[in-house]
Ligand binder design. Structure first.
Ligand code: ADP
Ligand code: ZN
Ligand code: ZN
Length: 715
């Protein structure tokens, strides 16, 4: 009889220990998947670090393992990754392990799982036979062959040389939009996979659904060369069965390339040799709920955690890197940088970057503005493009028709009764809708407070902009709106994207969803209709996000060299002199980043300090804050925290007072947060680890949920 330690999906809040002990008739290797009883339930678990003395407590007194899954164990490297992530993000290992496994594995019983494996085996035999019969080249991926014959540009060539070199540091591929970063990824993947017949690669993208062309491009190239079934997808939009199939293919090594979103960073890939994080600055790499890990940062960890012979190369790619990454990729003083920076400043075929045109909205007569808030000159430019057969892309970060209705004679506004937000007017179905809690009501005929019949609108959303564009251009041209409302039906986003690519759309309007990643050939004009609000937001990362959003949006224009000389990016702003817009007009990311870094260094903000947030949600703001206050009191009084309280120590940790969150109330739940800041990562980590057990045992009266967020992206 052997004692076995197992981690289970027990959240860090529960009173259960992180690792539980069971018994089994044989020793089980680290990373074996097992089913074990817990109370009345049976749960999936992973055999964890066999700590000293697996035979105690008396194995006989332990409950037996119910079943051992018929799969290769998950391997040391994977267990190490999950262990690191759990420690760093202050979670239980079991919680992260389960986030990394396909949900089906948890739900299927032994017999069902056995059937699934059989079916898979049969199918993979057929695919490999097809591959032998040379079916690979008959795949419907027309672009693949034309593209693999490309002549690499000299910049691409230089970068590929560096990637093939011996420098073990993570790479930042700092390449302009349209500089051919994706082509570099593809070639590097091909090299790595060709050099070792077992090697695997992982490519992460922010949102796979938005870029079906990306999928076609990777699948086309890699499967044509390495065989059908060697590329799998991994993202949360797949069915449970698809997710299991992808996960298994990666785990047993059949998949040579995994293309996925942030959750793919936790995939089991025993022969992983290369990780690409495309658009590494994208906030979607940080999960906002559950285990709150940063997939980009874990990718870098995964790369650095192995010995030389199994080293994993990590490539972070972006035209507008996150300030943290930029800081890491540039030397400070005489110290070499942590990341190696590789530049590709030019667009393919010397296509020009779009000219930035700033419309000073202070000079616009209100009466002359088009509905939707468009300056007449911009409207004229769009019309002209459409007549020339070119596409325009407009973005406005507000969906619906008008963000709020209001009464002119009293104080009434269409505020959501459950949230600290307004209900948005949607004209299509004549509804008021709260974008936070989804409360939907009819539009009142008269002011609910004073009976006034004249209810007005404030602000403009994408629906209004679309309506105006259709009225102006609709008889001759096609206008398409792309936002969460127009794409809510399953498959509709894909269908709409396809029509844009087929050239059926002349003017595309939408929320920031339209700015990401697409490679539209005929877009020559991009316009940000109302970008100013982010300039003065309280969040210190708001400028960084705005800059990259605008730069990415600009990057959609003029990707075809033959049309690039006329490409323009229009900005409608009340602050034409703002340094952020100046840097944008010069396409000067380094200048923008330098100014951000100076500001942050002066204010001791990340990357010059390290942060975590404790968030609490309660029935009242007072209760939520009371929980945070008692958490702070622990740090103020318990002797274990002495080290962190000494202002002269390099471990000094600052606790800020508990405050309401920017979105204070959602669906009648009050939200509060407390910021924790330290001069070093190590100090913060040690303090959080000391704090965690106290937090777990605090009486959380009236608190529905609380969570720790390490390296939060929004404050
Ligand atoms: P990025 O990812 O940097 O925005 P892409 O890799 O999507 O850029 O490349 C932009 C366009 O240029 C794509 O249509 C791609 O097929 C094309 N391209 C990339 N490399 C080359 C090359 N060496 N020669 C010609 N076209 C290229
Ligand atoms: Zn009124
Ligand atoms: Zn609401």
């Amino acid at each position: 009889m052997y004692g076995v330690s197992v981690v289970l999906p027990t959240p860090a809040h529960s009173r259960l220990p992180e690792v539980l002990s069971y018994r089994h008739s044989a020793a089980l290797p680290l990373g074996t998947l097992v089913r074990v009883p817990l109370g009345a339930r049976e749960l999936l678990g992973v055999v964890w670090a066999a700590e000293a003395g697996t035979s105690e407590p008396e194995p006989a007194s332990l409950k037996p393992i119910t079943a051992v899954l018929d799969l290769p164990p998950l391997g040391h490297a994977w267990v190490d990754l999950i262990g690191f992530a759990a420690g760093y993000y202050q979670r239980f290992a079991g919680e992260l392990a389960m986030a990394a496994l396909p949900p089906q594995l948890r739900d299927l019983d032994e017999a069902q799982f056995g059937r699934l494996l059989k079916k898979r085996e049969k199918k993979s035999k057929i695919t490999s036979l097809q591959a032998i019969a040379g079916k690979a080249s008959q795949l419907p991926h027309p672009i693949s062959h034309s593209q693999s014959g490309l002549q690499v540009s000299s910049e691409q060539d230089a970068v590929l040389m560096q990637l093939g070199g011996v420098d073990p540091r993570p790479k930042l591929l700092f390449g302009a939009t349209g500089s051919g970063k994706t082509e570099v990824y593809l070639r590097r993947i091909e090299q790595v996979l060709a050099a070792d017949e077992k090697a695997q690669a992982l490519v992460m993208v922010p949102e796979i659904n938005l870029t079906p062309q990306m999928e076609a491009r990777f699948q086309g190239r890699i499967e044509a060369r390495f065989g059908v079934g060697t590329v799998v997808l991994m993202h949360s939009g797949m069915t449970p069965a698809q997710r299991t199939a992808s996960w298994l293919a990666a785990h047993v090594g059949q998949a040579r390339l995994v293309l996925g979103t942030r959750l793919a960073v936790l995939a089991s890939m025993p022969h992983l040799r290369l990780i690409v994080v495309d658009e590494e600055h994208d906030p979607s790499y940080k999960s906002q709920d559950g285990s709150r890990y940063s997939a980009r940062d874990l990718a870098v960890y995964r790369g650095g955690s192995r010995g030389a012979e199994e080293r994993i190369q990590v490539i972070l790619g972006s035209a507008t890197p996150s300030i943290e990454t930029w800081h890491n990729a540039n030397p400070v003083g005489s110290k070499p940088s942590r990341y190696q920076r590789l530049d590709m400043p030019s667009r393919i075929n010397a296509a020009a970057m779009p000219k930035v045109r700033v419309v000073d909205m202070r000079l616009q007569q209100k009466s002359e503005l088009m509905a939707g808030g468009l300056a007449p000159a911009l409207m004229a430019a769009i019309t002209e493009r459409a007549e020339r057969g070119e596409q325009s892309l407009l973005f406005l970060n507000r969906r619906g028709y008008a963000p709020v209705l209001h009464c002119g004679s009293c104080e009434w506004k269409s505020a959501c009764p459950h949230c600290s937000a307004n209900q948005v007017f949607h004209k299509k179905d004549r509804r008021l809708r709260c974008h936070h809690c989804s409360l939907t009501t009819a539009v009142p005929r008269q002011c609910p407070l004073c009976g006034n019949l004249d209810i007005g609108m404030q602000g403009r959303g994408t629906e209004q902009l679309e309506e105006m564009l259709v009225a102006q251009l609709g008889t001759k041209f096609r206008v398409l709106r792309l936002d969460a409302d127009s794409t809510s039906a399953k498959g509709s986003l894909e269908a709409q994207m396809a029509s844009v690519h087929a050239g059926e759309v002349d003017v595309l309007v939408g929320t920031q969803m339209v700015t990401k990643g697409h490679d539209f050939r005929r877009i020559t004009l991009v316009a940000a209709v109302n970008p100013d609000s982010a300039l003065f937001a309280a969040d210190f990362r708001a400028p960084e996000r705005l800059f990259s959003l605008l730069m990415q949006a600009a990057g959609r224009a003029g990707r075809d060299a033959s049309m690039s000389s006329a490409a323009e990016m229009w900005l409608q702003t009340q602050h034409p002199q703002h340094p952020l817009y100046k840097a944008l007009a010069a396409h000067d990311y380094p200048a923008f980043a330098a100014s951000q870094l100076t500001e942050r260094e002066g204010a001791a903000m990340p990357p010059f300090s390290y942060q975590a947030l404790v968030r609490a949600e309660g029935r009242t703001q007072g209760l939520a804050q009371a929980f945070l206050d008692s958490a702070a009191a622990v740090v103020g009084t318990e002797s274990e925290f002495e080290l962190f309280r000494d202002p002269n120590s390099k471990n000094y940790v600052t606790l800020y007072p508990a405050v309401p969150m920017a979105m204070q109330r959602i669906a009648n739940v009050e939200r509060a947060q407390m910021l924790v800041e330290a001069p070093s990562r190590m100090a913060l980590q040690r303090m959080l680890a000391t704090w965690q057990p106290y937090l777990r045992s605090l009486k959380a009266q009236g608190v529905l949920r609380w969570a720790l967020d390490v390296d939060p992206l929004t404050i």
